[in-house]
Design a protein around this ligand. Sequence first.
Ligand code: B12
Length: 209
Amino acid sequence: MDILEMIANDVVEGEMDEIADHVQEALDGGMEPKKVLDEGMLKGMNTVGDLFKEGEMFVPEVLMSAKTMDEGMEILKPLLKEGDVTKAGVVVMATVKGDLHDIGKKLVCMMLEGAGFEIHDLGVDVTPEEIRDAVKEKNPDIVGMSAMLTTTMLSMQDTVALLKQDATTQNVKIMIGGAPANPDVATEMGANYSADASAAVDLAVSLVS
Ligand code: B12
């Protein structure tokens, strides 16, 4: 196995204690940081996305892979030149007001980050006004909203309505997800829906292209 395969494998297997040494070894051998990122870590993350989609990897393992990715990024980040990482787009993400569930949302954020999106995660229990203000400040391509309670779906609706009211926020693309969401509710709201984190990446890519 060459060093890039080892790094990709570290991400897939969640080898948090190994990846830093392997990334360093690749760099010491003269490899470009961008190559380590693209052909090592991101290649591994793509495999994670595929395995998750196929039901062969589950949430705890994906979280381990994401943490492993973070460990490797700690070393690479200072070395990557501006422009080395192609930014796929900017996303403002939140779990809506009244809702504290964030496991799924974090997973979506991590997969989007792995796909090159810049993520501004506003956290949980975020009001429509806070989301609107973040959209004004960060000027994202996409707003992502998560809700796990039937009752908090209403807050999603309120947020979409608020964003549509303001000329500076009305054109932002919106995607929603979480257990009570579905394609029909999304369409009714003027938003887009995806069922899981890997589908969310495909959706986000299609929304910015
Ligand atoms: C873990 C959990 C909790 C944890 C949350 C911890 C945390 N940090 O998130 C705790 C214990 C705090 C909790 C509390 C409550 N919970 Co709870 N909880 C769950 C549970 C078991 C799992 C949710 C989860 O994390 N799933 C795993 C993730 C990976 O899946 P996911 O969230 O669906 O996310 C995926 C997709 O939906 C999608 N997605 C998610 N967000 C987004 C966003 C975008 C933009 C996109 C595109 C996609 C996307 O991608 C994700 C990854 O693939 C569910 C039951 C269940 N099986 O779903 C109940 C559940 C959601 N909870 C429920 C309830 C009722 C509550 C409480 C009201 C309980 C109580 N009486 O206190 C409180 C409410 C607190 C609040 N105000 O939010 C109900 C909701 C019922 C309903 N229809 O409203 C459920 C369905 C359980 C049940 N069957 O009754 N809960």
